[in-house]
Each structure stands twice: as C-alpha cells, then as structure tokens.
Design a protein around this ligand. Structure first.
Ligand SMILES: [Fe+2]
Ligand SMILES: [Fe+2]
Length: 310
C-alpha cells in the first residue's frame, strides 16, 4: 500500500490536480466558516465570500484524487534511477514461438503492419511512439468492455481479467500522455494517427468478439514489436541522434523517477511496461487455449510448455 503522502507526491496531472485541490480546500474552508458563523463564533463582515457552487457541491468520493497506478510492483517504494531501470530483466529479445496457424497469422499481421509504420516514420521515434501508444491503448479497453458485458450477460464472474485489462489500457494511455509532452505531432500527423486508431478499434473489437485467444496473441506480438521499437529508440538517444531532454513532470510522477531523469530513463520505463504487456497477453492467450481462463486457477504448463525464444 502506498502512503497518502506518497500518492500525493506523485502529483499526476499536476495542473488539474492542483486546481481541483485548491477549489476543494476553498470549499471546505467556506463550509467551516459557514458552520462557525451559524454557531456565532465568527463575525462575517465585508463582502460575502465567493463560493464556487460546482466544487462546493462535489460529492465526497470525488474529493479523494485518484491517480493512475504504475504497472510494475515496487515502483512507488523508492525513487527509480537509470541503474534501477537498466537492471530490470525484461527479456528484450523474448519471442513467443507461434504454434498454431492462428498464432502464425497473428505474427504475420503484426509484422505486415509494422512495414508501413517503418516507412512512414523512419527514425522519428517520438512520433512513432505516439502512433504506437494511440493504438496500444485500445486492446485493454476493448477486452475489458467485452468481458464486462459478457460477465453481465452470463451473470458470472470474469475470472479476474477486467481489472488487469483496464490497468493495461490506462498504462498505455499514460505512455501516450508522456510522449505528447515531449513530441508534438503536427495536425496532419494527428489526423492520420486518429484515423488508424479508429480502424484498429473496429477491427480489433471484431477480432476480440470472434477469437479472444487470437486477439491476445496479436497484442502479445504487437508488444514484442513495441519492445524492439523502444530498444531502437534508446540506441538513437545513445548515438546522439535524438536529444536526451529532461523527463517531463508527468513521467517523473507516474514512474516515481529521480529528479533530473531524462528521456532515456522514460524510454527504459516504458519499454519495461511493454515487456509486461507482452508476457501477460501471451499468457492470456495460452489460458484461453488451455480452457482455464480464471486467473484464480493455476495454469500447469508442464505438459504443454509455451515455446519461448530469448
Ligand atoms: Fe505503451
Ligand atoms: Fe504495451
């Protein structure tokens, strides 16, 4: 569990959060003043204080700020520096060897989708990352939505998937928010990215309804490519072709990075998240294939071990 001070110090969405907190404290102070005045403890003189009725009437549960949770355990336990991030064993070249036709198809789809992206963005890794994250934030939310509806319609538990899928979607969205602080795509790039995302959303939703096993496999391979892309991004920074600028505040807060952290540290942190998505999505696909979807059940791989290449 994180301490309240720890959560607050993350200061995610700094401008918005501070503004909300300022209004909340004003509203609370006004409430207290009203009480005191009602009990004759306070003499109200001069012009009446201005009360923002919207914030003053804020339901109590909204007065507790909620911050996006990081993906990896232990992130909030101490400030993360370059050596911590570099020492994470994420399996940079890890690859799930496809063993079904649908898995091979998933690899082919992902590799084919990569080619036009390579041609279009070339070495513009920040812009490429924006594109990647706009797309990558879709599957978790689609999977969670479909599983949520199925859980309702079937009137049964979801096996523990929905929370993880929502968390993944949120994590990907935080990657996007981070890249948007550093690289600013121009209008036509934004339009293109949004168009690609809309198409992907439609196709992925359909795929998830038809074959969630293949859908998670596609995401697993997409994440393998994401790890590779971020590895190239790090190499470009190391070669001096991309300026290693200061990490934005949103990244310092979200990954609990040490003050003075840089773009390279952020890419290391994002790549570590992608490695987790890779492993979880391949695991989800394996679970469906094994007919043991509930995360509360062990998945015994002794007979049918997934083939992993490192
Ligand atoms: Fe991502
Ligand atoms: Fe990812």
């Amino acid at each position: 569990m994180y301490s309240i001070a720890g959560i607050q110090s993350r200061a995610f969405g700094i401008k918005t959060t501070l503004r909300v907190q300022e209004y909340i404290s004003k509203a609370i102070k006004n409430d207290k003043d009203k009480d005191k005045s009602a009990h004759g403890e306070m003499q109200v003189t001069g012009p009446k204080p201005v009360v923002d009725t919207v914030f003053a009437s804020m339901p109590p549960e909204l007065r507790v700020p909620m911050f996006p949770e990081p993906m990896r355990d232990g992130i909030m336990e101490h400030k993360w520096g370059t050596s911590d991030l570099e020492s994470l064993d994420i399996g940079v070249t890890k690859h799930r060897i496809p063993d079904r036709i649908s898995d091979k198809l998933a690899v082919w789809v992902v590799k084919s989708a990569r080619r036009p992206v390579d041609l279009f963005f070339r070495n513009k890794y920040l812009h490429r990352s924006v594109m990647l994250e706009v797309v990558a934030a879709v599957p978790g939310m689609v999977g969670a939505l479909i599983r949520h509806i199925r859980s309702l319609q079937g009137m049964r538990h979801d096996g523990g998937w929905i929370g993880h899928l929502l968390h993944e979607a949120e994590n990907e969205r935080m990657h996007l928010m981070t890249w948007m602080e550093i690289g600013k795509p121009v209008l036509w790039e934004r339009a293109l990215i949004a168009t690609v995302q809309t198409g992907f959303f439609a196709v992925f939703s359909l795929l998830y309804m038809v074959s969630p096993r293949t859908a998670h496999r596609v995401v697993g391979y997409l994440e393998e490519e994401a790890v590779t892309s971020y590895t190239h991004f790090i190499k470009e920074i190391d070669a001096g072709r991309i300026e290693n600028v200061a990490a934005p505040d949103v990244a310092l807060a979200y990954w609990n990075l040490k003050p003075g952290s840089t773009l390279r540290d952020v890419v290391l942190a994002v790549r570590a998240d992608e490695a987790l998505h890779r492993d979880t999505n391949h695991h989800f696909s394996d679970r469906i294939a094994a007919g043991r979807e509930s995360l509360f059940e062990d998945l015994d791989h002794t007979d049918n071990k997934p083939k992993i290449r490192y």
